[in-house]
Design a protein around this ligand. Structure first.
Ligand code: KMH
Ligand code: ZN
Length: 309
């Protein structure tokens, strides 16, 4: 079994400042927590940006510029820039940072969905920022748009010359694997493709072990041995899904983007704490953790010297 790649997703666009004091929302905190997560064993750092004053999700390259150089200088970790940004934007609005910085990896969402986080709003009565509640409740009516045309455009703009970005294909349901198979057959992507099973997001497949088995079985059927895969368990399922995925030969993703917890009912104090926790679980169950160099070899990445950061 190849070594296990740990991805850490530092801040995302799901959680908001009120939900956890550990969630990094300033550029300094995003950089600091990303560096600490890499030092704790994350070979890939998945990054969203936030408005430096309000902490609101941002896709502005100028906001990524406030932390990317520090991370690049302090670690050898693979930088993975989100093209998911904010669920109400079009893909064209969401890719400027990836075009500007030409990272080794980007997320690419493999289907449209109602990416719903509105139930989170009922857990809080007071908010630090005036945008938070409206942002969260609006997701009940949002369509996170990722059409075949959008996917083809991102593949063309970022996958080929001059960027040669490797995609973390975010699959929120089994149908997204069939979408990816269609796109692969159309020649949009080169193998090995890297699947991210995103489980436990309302609007997508639930984070149950039989669903993880089903996703893996479907991926085997569709992609043979031409793929690498990882899994995210959103919320309380994070460590359970990660540990099981690694036992099945998959890679893992943790981070405050998708879970604010370190254990059932216990909030995490940082991204690094989540990375340390999954690293110790993986080592106890016999998985060896991949270095950034090993992750580059496994995924066929272009190399840190070819990014524009
Ligand atoms: N937050 C994850 C559920 C992206 O950034 O493009 C999915 C994600 C998507 O990370
Ligand atoms: Zn993301």
């Amino acid at each position: 079994m190849s070594k296990t790649i740990i991805t850490c997703a530092i801040t995302g666009a799901i959680h908001t400042p009120t939900m956890s004091d550990a969630l990094p929302v300033t550029p300094g905190d995003i950089a600091g927590q990303a560096i600490a997560a890499a030092e704790a064993g994350a070979a890939i750092i998945h990054l969203h940006a936030r408005h430096p004053e309000t902490g609101a999700p941002s896709v502005d390259p100028a906001h990524f510029q406030l932390f990317l150089p520090q991370i690049r200088q302090a670690t050898d970790a693979v930088i993975n820039i989100s093209t998911g940004g904010n669920p109400v934007m079009t893909v064209a609005e969401r890719i400027p940072a990836a075009l500007r910085f030409s990272p080794e990896m980007c997320s690419l969402n493999m289907g449209s969905m109602n990416f719903a986080i509105h139930p989170l709003a009922d857990r809080y009565t007071r908010w630090k920022e005036d945008w938070e509640e409206g942002y969260i409740r609006a997701s009940e009516g949002n369509i996170f748009r990722n059409t075949f045309a959008d996917i083809r455009m991102v593949a063309r703009e970022l996958g080929g010359d001059p960027h040669h970005v490797k995609f973390e294909h975010e699959c929120y349901d089994v149908g997204h694997l069939y979408n990816l198979k269609f796109c692969l057959d159309q020649g949009y992507f080169r193998k090995p493709i890297f699947l991210q099973f995103v489980m436990g997001i309302l609007g997508g497949i639930s984070a149950e072990l039989e669903n993880l088995m089903f996703l893996k079985k479907t991926a085997d059927k569709l992609f043979g041995d031409g793929y690498q895969w990882s899994a995210i368990g959103a919320g309380a399922q994070q460590m359970r899904i990660a540990a099981t995925a690694a036992m099945m030969g998959g890679h893992v993703r943790v981070g405050l983007e998708d879970s604010l917890f370190i254990a059932r009912g216990e909030k995490a104090i940082s991204n690094a704490q989540q990375v340390e926790r999954i690293a110790s679980i993986l080592e106890l169950q016999g998985n060896e953790i991949a270095t950034p160099a090993e992750a580059r070899a496994i995924l066929g990445l272009k190399g840190a010297d070819r990014v524009a950061i």
